[in-house]
Structure formats: C-alpha cells, structure tokens
Write a protein that binds this ligand. Structure first.
Ligand code: FRU
Length: 495
C-alpha cells in the first residue's frame, strides 16, 4: 500500500519534471528529477538494470524531509526516472528516510536498508534526533516498509556511543550468502567511527565490531561509509564532516576519505596503511560503490558539497547531480579512478592535434563545446626547460570562463571557476599537488554542461567541480607561460 505522502511526491514529480527541458539538464550525469538531490543511495544491479536511488526533496531546490528518488539505467549514462521509492511516512522515519543501500534477496525481491530519522522534542523547544536502521522490500518500483522496523536501534549501538548519529547503512552480500553492513556512528568522545553488523538473511542484524575509529583525525563524524576488497586490499571510503586542512591533501569542511589497508576477519577490524582524499575538487561528497556483473568496482558520488549547496536561487528547478561513475582499482597503496568505459560509446567528432608548440594564448579549430571529452598530454617544448604555467579555459565566452591550470615548478594543479557566473562569495578555487615528471602530465577532462571532472595521470587523482555558466559559453582555449608542447584529442559526447 502506497502512503498518501508517497503518492503526493509521485504526483508532484510527474507534473513538475515536465517544466525542465532536457537541454537544461546534464546530458549523461544523473540529475534530480525535480527539486533537490543529495547522496546516491541503493546503487545496485537488479533485474537486468542498474538502479540508483538518491536523497530527494522534490518540492523545492533545497534539502527538506528526505524521500528516495529513483532512476534506472543500462549503461550508467542514460537514466530513466522511476517513481519515488520511499517517503517519510512512518512514525520511525517521520523526519526523513536518510541514506542507505540495496541488495537482492534469495527470493528475487530487492531489499533496501535506510536510516529512519525521528526528531523527538525534549525541553525548551529543543529536539534530539533518533536515527535507526530500517528495511523496505520491493520489486524494483514499489517498496513496502518492513513490519519489524526499525531493525537496528539504540540497543544495537555500543555502550556510550551516539544514538543521534547512527546512519547511512551500506550492506553487501558475502560469497557464503550472508550479509554485512557498515553504519556511521560517533564514539563516546564525539569522533567518528564505523560499526560493522552481520546478518544471515538480510532481515535480522547483529552488531559485530567497531570496524574503524577516527579518534578525531580526519574530521568529526564520518558519513556514508562503504567497505570492500579491491586488488587484495581492504578499502574503506567515507565522507568526513568538519575537516581541518592537511597540506594539499584535505581541505576545510566536508571532505572525502579513502583508507586502504587490511581487514581482520576474526576481530572485524580494519587496519589502515594509507590514507588519501578521494576527489580533490570542490563538488564531491557521499560516495557509494557497486560491484558490476562483470566484476568492476564502480563508484558514484553526489557532485556537490554541503558548504556550497545552499547558494542557488530559489527559482532553480533542479539542484543536485551525480558524478560520472568511476571504475576503481588500487595501485601501490593508492586509489585509481577512471571514467566508466561505457563513456567511450558516446564519443563522436574526434579532433586531434599532435606536438603543438605554443608560448601564449591560443585556440584550436574544432575544439569547443560543453559536452566534451579532452585528453591532453603536456611536456616542456624542448623536453627539459620547465614552462611556468599551462592553462586550459572552458565554458568560455566574453567575461566567462572556468579554468584548470598547472604550474610544474610547484607541481600544483588548480581548478578555478571564479569567472563561471557565480555571484556568491563561495569557494571557487582549489589546488591539488600532483605527480609530474619534469613538466610532463596527462589530463583527461570531461565536461557535461554543468560540470567538469579532471582525471590526472590516468586516474591517480581527480578534481571535480560544477559550474552553472550559461550554455552559450562554449569556447575552449589554451594558454602557456613558457614554452609548452601538447598533444590533444577531443571528442563530443553525444547520444
Ligand atoms: C550525507 C548525509 C547523510 C544523511 C543524508 C541526509 O550527505 O548527511 O549522512 O544520511 O545526507 O540527507
């Protein structure tokens, strides 16, 4: 039985999505059907299609009581919206259905686990949140909330830990058919920790261990955890709140964190060997991964960040998009990310230049557009004498541009959207330390109308930003201070 709250949301999205033209959305990144979107949820492969749910407030372009939006795809690039899957319609989730995940049950049904939020009045108009884990079972379109919800509550949290911050369950099935899930929580000292739970049937869950604790390093609360084995390593991804900067690795505010190490099955604990940011740009948060039927570990994230996500005008019809799904691997203790290979099917109108030498600003015939992939290889012209700076500008038109620049003396890559048309005093630039060999570097840039994702040196690092510059700004130009030699291949991404 669909509740009145869910029926209203479904009716609203169907009516109001019609006001958004396809040209006004990204081409191959999933954006919210209408209103507001944050975290990806329930990223799964079910009945022959990829399913992606998301944190959703259909009624206006800002965060509000959380629903789950829903879309399906065959290639992770072309998405079809389905009716909203969950609404805050029960006593235990009356203030929101927060982030969660999906698995398939042995009987072929799809199981969703999400965080139910209930705001309980205490004294003097103050509230305290109670967060619990809840289940819903469905057929890929309609989901029924489980009669025994919540299935994990304050009783299942270790003594002394937060009952108010207990959210974002990410579950998966083990090879022996049993299920596990990780949930974000706060330890008694207020710092973030990840709890591990196990289940034989996906319905009845038991606390196993504190998988990893933050001890006040890497921010405060760790949101949206994900945990998996990859290339013989254990990988823990999460999104810490309130970070302090560390060199060029971590920036202030909400960030992302990848910990690589090993997992001790007996104690259920993770031992970290290396740590790094997942993305070094501005708009990236709340990752979630899937194991695809052909064995790839693919990650997607919300292509926004909390600190810059409340600055858009209220007339905005949609706000929130997902990143391009990225194929992950681990090499020498680092996370490597590549755009999913399905993207290559969208390529057309190839334009290629080799060994272009330049010392100033220039444009290249045939290189422009806002849905574009561009691979750039740079080196000093004579192979030795370092240039001072290289830049590529895009989304460019009189007065507007967004840029990536590289300074080989410092090995610093910078994204800058100061001239993208923003009228707010938000963060518009970010720097990242990259690995270059004497001025040689490879950049793969993917533009999709409202975003730019820059993959550095075959995915060693990625910088992601959104930009809401008018679409008529479609120029691309190059700039060198010093003498640069460049190979560039550009494709339009269409279809
Ligand atoms: C992360 C987050 C999650 C929570 C959701 C609420 O962006 O804060 O921890 O489940 O968003 O929308």
């Amino acid at each position: 039985m669909t509740s009145q709250t869910l029926r209203e949301a479904r009716k609203y999205e169907e009516t109001f999505e019609k006001k958004i033209g396809t040209e006004d959305r990204p081409g191959f990144h999933l954006s919210t059907r209408v209103g507001w979107m944050n975290d990806p949820n329930g990223f799964s492969y079910y009945q022959g299609k990829y399913h992606l749910f998301y944190q959703y407030h259909p009624y206006d372009p800002y965060w509000g009581p959380m629903h789950w939006g829903h879309a399906v795809s065959e290639d992770l690039l072309h998405w079809e919206y389905l009716p909203a899957a969950l609404a805050p319609d029960q006593d235990y989730d009356r203030d929101g259905c927060f982030s969660g995940s999906a698995v398939t049950l042995p009987d072929g049904k799809q199981l969703l686990m999400y965080t139910g939020v209930k705001r309980i009045p205490v004294s003097d108009g103050e509230f305290r949140d109670e967060q619990t884990q809840c289940l819903a079972i469905g057929d890929g379109i309609d989901y029924v909330k489980y009669e025994h919800n919540p299935i994990l509550d304050r009783e299942d949290i270790p003594e002394g830990c937060s009952k108010a911050d207990f959210r974002d369950p990410k579950m998966w099935q083990e090879e022996d058919g049993t299920y596990r899930c990780v949930v974000a929580n706060r330890a008694a000292d207020g710092s973030g920790q990840i709890l591990l739970y196990t289940s034989l049937d996906g319905l009845d869950w038991k606390f196993k261990s504190v998988l990893s604790a933050n001890h006040n390093r890497f921010g405060v609360m760790w949101e949206c955890p994900d945990f998996f084995q990859l290339d013989k390593k254990a990988v823990l991804l999460c999104s810490p709140m309130d970070m302090l900067p560390e060199g060029f690795e971590y920036h202030n505010g909400n960030g992302t964190l990848c910990l690589i190490g090993s997992f001790d099955e007996v104690s259920g604990t993770f031992n970290m060997e290396t740590n790094q940011a997942i993305d070094y740009g501005i708009d990236f948060y709340a990752t979630q991964t899937i194991l695809t039927p052909d064995g790839r570990r693919v990650m997607i994230a919300w292509m926004q960040n909390w600190d810059t996500s409340r600055l858009h005008p209220k007339e905005t019809r949609w706000f929130g998009q997902m990143t391009l799904p990225r194929e992950l691997s681990v090499k020498e203790g680092r996370l490597i990310q590549k755009p999913i290979r399905e993207l290559e099917a969208l390529r057309s109108n190839k334009v290629e230049y080799r060994d272009i030498e330049f010392t100033d600003a220039m444009q290249l015939e045939g290189i422009k557009g806002r849905r574009v992939e561009m691979e750039i290889e740079l080196a000093p012209s004579d192979g030795e004498n370092l240039y001072k700076k290289f830049a590529v500008r895009f989304a460019q038109r009189e007065g507007f541009h967004t840029a990536i620049s590289f300074r080989p003396y410092e090995s610093i890559l910078k994204v800058d959207r100061k001239f993208s048309g923003s009228r707010r005093a938000a963060i518009h630039q970010r720097r990242c330390k990259v690995r270059d060999e004497n001025g040689k570097i490879r950049l793969r840039l993917i533009l999709d109308r409202f975003s730019a994702e820059v993959f550095v040196n075959d995915g060693e690092q990625v910088m992601t930003i959104t930009m809401y510059t008018e679409q008529a700004a479609d120029g691309i130009s190059f700039f060198a201070d010093g003498s640069v030699k460049m190979n560039v291949v550009k494709y339009d991404l269409v279809g």
